[in-house]
Write a protein of this length. Structure first.
Length: 251
């Protein structure tokens, strides 16, 4: 018994074999491509994880180094006899430690910038805790729509730190208790930060622009860096209120 193919059947069979062969080649190519993509994705994920780890480690080390220098300055003041020089070292050390705390809070664990809505409450709580004044309390309200780059967050946070330190040292001098209110809002033209306290009021002829205290000079300089203005005025009903205004595009 012999098996023969008609010419048309042979052509169809050849066409079928060709189609199947091409399909098998395509499937093999797709599988190889999928495997290559999977390897590349895994490599990229490992690189991303390594970058996040390195970034987090860098932030941690910068913060630690700043706080360590601040601690060294605070220790150094013990060997300084001049009271003014000793206090200058204490103040410089405290400021460096504050910068270190801010630096640590600038980014989350994935390396994304944090917002002032998250940073300021923790910063204010840290400042009051380290001040050793448990009777001084604070509230912090920051508009959720306010988004600033890290280069702008640092000077804003430092102004908050300087103003709170000034209120604790001078506004609440001789008092066991005090209240601080930090509020930040934004409109189309500017961002406004107010830091009010119910302590002592500034003198009637007080001018923040002419003040020579280091804390106020630092706050004015930081406000200039933001392209804005800083002022300290009496608060209605008693106390003081510091006001920072700057454009929303600062930084």
């Amino acid at each position: 018994m012999s098996f023969t193919l008609e010419p048309g059947a042979a052509v169809a069979m050849g066409f079928y074999v060709g189609v199947v062969t091409v399909d098998l080649l395509l499937i093999d190519w797709m599988q190889r491509g999928t495997a290559q993509l999977r390897r590349e994705r895994e490599r990229c994920e490992k690189l991303a994880q390594r970058s996040q780890l390195l970034f987090s480690e860098l932030q941690h080390r910068v913060s630690n180094n700043l706080q360590m220098v601040g601690a060294v300055l605070a220790l150094q003041q013990r060997s300084v006899a001049d009271p003014a020089a000793r206090q200058a070292l204490v103040d410089a050390g405290a400021k460096l430690q504050t910068i270190g705390r801010i630096q640590r809070q600038l980014y989350d664990h994935s390396g994304d910038p944090q917002t002032l809505e998250r940073i300021l409450p923790d910063l204010v709580d840290d400042l009051l805790t380290t001040s050793g004044r448990p009777g001084v309390t604070a509230t912090v309200e920051v508009g959720s729509a306010i988004k600033l780059p890290p280069d702008s967050i640092i000077p804003v946070a430092l102004i908050v730190a300087e103003t709170i330190a000034n209120a604790v040292e001078h506004g609440f001098a001789g008092r066991e208790t005090g209240r601080i209110e930090v509020r930040m809002c934004a409109d189309a033209g500017s961002v406004t930060l107010t830091i009010a306290n119910d302590g002592a009021s500034p003198p009637a002829d007080f001018s923040a622009a002419a003040a020579t205290s280091l804390g106020l000079r630092i706050s004015r300089t930081l406000a200039d860096q933001l392209g804005g203005s800083f002022d300290l005025t009496p608060r209605e009903g008693g106390g003081a209120v510091a006001t920072l205004r700057f454009p929303p595009t600062a930084g």
